[in-house]
Design a protein around this ligand. Structure first.
Ligand code: PLP
Length: 384
């Protein structure tokens, strides 16, 4: 049986080059970069080299990169660190389709006295820019809006949004966890104050992330401890993983064009193939302004989870837009916020590709899918 991995927005395979770059930091160069002796000095320079590689990928200065343990920590640090630094009640603007790593800290802050506004999206997943403008007119706010959505791949116009936020005197954070490595990002041209990224979405291991913090941004330390990361994040540096993220960032820059052309062509082939061979099927979200590797397809009248099980039996990994809560399959908050009709929302399935996918992978899925859909529709209470 063929194994086809199309769940790269959940996590990616660690690139072999990244593994090779990391290995010496387990076997030989295992010192603590803060140590004054030879063992520490040997590794400290590699941490700084990795900081440089990450900074280069997003057009930042290396001094503006803080290494964290994951995208979730980066988001929490940005949001809670900035609000705490403000030292007063703050209006927080975010969207209804953010990842829980952003929505949870925002809702936590709402419970602690801050006003939180969650901007809506339309059926294509576009942010309601009029609503954002109206909210920004009310005064300086802290804004956290994602660069690209993890479920649909839809890209928000972050450059325009960041300019609006800065003109209104606000502070802007973007969760770019899904965008970094897939989209070209240059913070010297996009006036965001903070940007989150995560290693395991770009072929580095799980457990490493980074937060870009523009020089001059007021941010309280979230993880308090030692003086690591120039006093901005306590905890002994995870040297092998930091080196891995550096290497993955370098490779991402190298492969970006491939993602944007070859991977996007494979994604389009998959989408067209499935729409043509499976009746009553639709794509969720704008097909133009989205990540090159992602498609979210609804197979109407059937459950996404059931599709995933049958795909998995055939060696195919994808993911659904449903969250299984206490036995009932609810469509995800993203699909619900987009107002996708009930019969389509339940059958929403996300396919997310990477540089390791081939045309054979895609053709295998196109070949197997019609029988799965047909089989499940026979069982569907919505089909006569
Ligand atoms: N933000 C987005 C948009 C994501 O897709 C994810 C992970 O799926 C995260 C944040 C959290 O990243 P991590 O898994 O590194 O904590």
């Amino acid at each position: 049986m063929r194994n086809v991995y199309l769940d790269n927005n959940a996590t990616t395979r660690v690139a072999p080059e990244v593994v090779d770059a990391m290995m010496p930091f387990f076997n030989d160069l295992w010192g603590n970069p803060s140590s004054m002796h030879l063992f520490g000095g040997q590794v400290a320079s590699f941490v700084e080299a990795a900081r440089n590689q990450v900074a280069q990928l997003i057009g930042a200065d290396p001094s503006e990169i803080i290494f964290t343990s994951c995208g979730t920590e980066s988001d929490n640090t940005a949001i809670r660190g900035a609000i705490e630094a403000a030292g007063r009640s703050v209006r927080i603007i975010t969207s209804r389709v953010e990842h829980p790593a952003v929505l949870s800290p925002c809702r936590y802050l709402r419970e602690h006295g801050h006003e939180v506004i969650e901007i809506g999206v339309d059926e294509a997943g576009h942010l309601d820019m009029d609503e954002l403008e109206r909210e920004l007119e009310k005064g300086p706010s802290f804004v956290s809006l994602m660069w690209a959505n993890n479920e649909t791949g839809v890209i928000f116009p972050i450059r325009k949004i960041a300019r609006m936020v800065k003109e209104s005197g606000g502070v802007m954070h973007t969760d770019a966890v899904q965008a970094v490595g897939k989209e070209s990002i240059d913070v010297s041209k996009v006036p965001v104050d903070m940007l989150s990224l995560s290693g395991h979405k770009l072929h580095a291991p799980k457990g490493i992330g980074a937060l870009y913090v523009r020089r001059g941004t007021k941010l309280n330390t979230f993880l308090m401890g030692g003086h690591q990361e120039s006093g901005r994040r306590g905890g002994t540096e995870n040297v092998p993983y930091i080196v891995g993220l550096g290497k993955a960032s370098e490779l991402a820059a190298e492969y970006m064009k491939d993602e944007q052309s070859r991977v996007a062509a494979l994604r389009d082939r998959l989408e067209e193939g499935l729409l043509a061979s499976c009746p009553d099927t639709r794509v969720n979200g704008d097909q133009k302004h989205r990540l090159p590797n992602t498609t979210n397809i609804s197979f109407q009248y059937i459950e996404g989870e059931a599709i995933l099980y049958l795909l998995s039996d055939l060696g195919i990994a994808a993911s659904s837009g449903s969250a299984c809560t206490s036995g009932s399959l609810e469509p995800s908050h993203v699909i619900r916020a987009m107002g996708v009709p009930f019969t389509a929302a339940h059958g929403s399935t996300r396919f997310s590709l990477s540089r390791y996918n081939t045309q054979e992978d895609i053709d295998y899925v196109i070949e197997k899918m019609p029988a799965i859909v047909e089989r499940l529709r026979v069982l569907s209470p919505f089909v006569e």
